[in-house]
Design a protein around this ligand. Structure first.
Ligand code: CP3
Length: 359
């Protein structure tokens, strides 16, 4: 299904939710809030249903995946659910050979190293390769009374795992491939963009109300490298979703120098990490652009008083701009005290101000 065909089936049940209105910069009563990695090890209820083994097994079980997705919505009263899945699910599902190791992250047995590895990344057929994702989304949409955010890994961040073989500090192999075999690099990025597009379209067709493209490690690149090697592929993913009728969020970490380029890829919302204050981010991308962020997840570990002060600072820097979604600047850390996050939600809901759009 193309994104234009999708528009006709996209549920408009949540069009007037605070999240969707904020993504579009429209008037809404209350600043919406959700957290990246709101589901996960910081929640005792997650640890009790997660089970042992690979997280990919939990993701492939719609009962568990739906329950895990719902847990933080119940506990915190956040304004969105995010699908419990992982950015490497499509590559895993087409048989690339990737697992997710607890405490480490994605690990690839045979990293991508040459042209012959492209054939290990055949196109994704969501109906047969990831039916469990579709099933989980459908079940969630029946149950939830807030919008569900679907997501995919951006081509660069997924490429970095496939090329490095696992998490990497310097992304040296990935950069070497990008610089020494440009044609192969673009072919790889194209395949990964196709995986992201197919996965996102299937999530929207099943009922997701918004999508987030995670380019978590894009901040490892210079602005010039990002422009040449990465931005066109992320832009293609976002464009392919353009007709689907759902807002698109584009997020990365350490992206202060490329925020404008990330906005130019065409999303409704740019996710900002904690290094760039929201007011500065807005000057970089322009006042028409909706933003999401950006409480430092480590500050939440400093306790309730510090977390609430920092929350108020983020809200003050937004200054009532209607195009704003409160989030962390990156994912919830495993040692986070859920009680502190609950207080953050309360502060955002009680004190977050949304200016009248005509002001
Ligand atoms: O609540 C949510 O945000 C939804 C679920 C979600 C997961 N992964 C579940 C998960 C999302 C949105 C992701 C995306 C993801 N996965 C990203 C992009 C976001 C980011 O954090 O930058 C990245 C880079 C990955 C790759 C990945 N998967 C990493 C780095 C890890 C952590 C490894 C660890 O154990 O510390 C994973 C595993 C993972 N994915 C967990 C969860 C809840 C860890 C818990 C577990 O194994 O049970």
């Amino acid at each position: 299904m193309t994104s234009d065909e999708l528009r006709s089936v996209t549920s408009d049940r949540f069009q007037d939710s605070d999240l969707i209105l904020a993504c579009r910069g429209r008037q809404h009563p209350r600043v919406p809030v959700w957290f990246m990695r709101q589901a996960g090890r910081s929640l005792p209820e997650y640890r009790s249903v997660r089970g042992s083994g690979s997280i990919l097994d939990a993701i492939a079980d719609p009962d568990r995946a739906a329950e895990i997705t719902l847990q933080p919505v119940r506990r915190y009263g956040v304004d969105a659910a995010i699908l419990f899945s992982d950015i490497v699910v499509p590559a895993h599902a087409v048989g690339f050979g990737v697992d997710v190791v607890p405490g480490t992250g994605p690990v690839v047995e045979q990293p991508f190293s040459g042209r012959s590895d492209l054939s290990r990344l055949r196109p994704l057929d969501p109906e047969s390769d990831t039916p469990y994702v579709i099933e989980t989304v459908k079940r969630l949409v029946e149950t939830l009374d807030v919008p569900l955010i679907g997501f995919a890994g951006a081509p660069f961040t997924v490429a970095s795992y496939l090329v490095e073989g696992g998490p990497s500090r310097h992304q040296a192999r990935t950069k070497a491939l990008m610089l020494t075999d440009e044609a192969l690099w673009h072919d790889l990025m194209q395949r990964l963009a196709d995986l992201a597009i197919a996965s996102l379209l299937s999530q929207v067709a099943a009922g997701a109300s918004a999508v987030q493209l995670f380019d978590s490690w894009a901040g490892a690149l210079s602005p010039e490298a990002y422009r040449r090697a990465v931005a066109p592929h992320s832009a293609r993913v976002l464009e392919a979703l353009g007709g689907a009728g759902v807002p698109r969020i584009h997020f990365g970490v350490g992206t202060g120098e490329i925020l404008r380029q990330m906005a130019d890829c065409g999303p409704e919302v740019v996710g900002v990490d904690f290094r760039v204050p929201i007011d500065a981010a807005r000057r970089r991308v322009g006042a028409h652009q909706a933003l999401q962020g950006n409480l430092d997840p480590a500050v939440v570990l400093a306790g309730e008083a510090a977390a609430c002060d920092a929350t108020r600072d983020v809200l003050a820097r937004n200054d009532g701009h209607p195009g704003f979604i409160f989030n962390l600047g990156h994912g919830v850390l495993p040692d986070t005290d859920p009680e502190v996050l609950a207080r953050v939600v309360q502060v955002v809901h009680d004190e977050g101000r949304v200016r009248r759009v005509s002001d």
